[in-house]
Design a protein around this ligand. Structure first.
Ligand SMILES: [Fe+2]
Length: 118
């Protein structure tokens, strides 16, 4: 009897470990999406601010629509991640580390606080 209980306990532990492995992959995937949509939101917002030219107004409005959509998508991924027991990145440092979308090597605009633009 003790042997049967021991085997059931081992089987349950093995199943839990397998489930944790599956869940951590899902958490990582959703977490990366949160980070990437956060970066995309900022990038589109930058274009919203700095767009120039004869189509300024139409593009300014379109970029606003797009960055709002990016923010909503980021929020949906974050809330989905929370609903499955994960923890979305929530600081700029965490977002920069987790995102696979990176900054442009050459900045869109030069800014005195951006060392890459000097
Ligand atoms: Fe605006």
């Amino acid at each position: 009897m003790a042997n049967v209980l021991e085997k059931e306990k081992e089987a349950k532990l093995a199943k839990n470990a397998k489930d944790r492995k599956k869940t951590s992959g899902l958490h990582a995937l959703l977490g990366r999406q949160v980070a990437n949509w956060a970066v995309l939101h900022i990038k589109i917002h930058q274009h919203h601010w700095y767009v120039k030219g004869p189509n300024f107004y139409a593009l300014h409005v379109k970029f606003e629509e797009l960055y709002e959509e990016a923010a909503l998508t980021m929020d949906q991924f974050a809330e989905r991640l929370l609903s499955v027991g994960g923890q979305p990145v929530s600081t700029t440092k965490e977002i920069a580390a987790a995102a696979t979308i990176k900054e442009h090597e050459k900045p869109l605009v030069t800014h005195p606080t951006n060392p890459a633009s000097n």
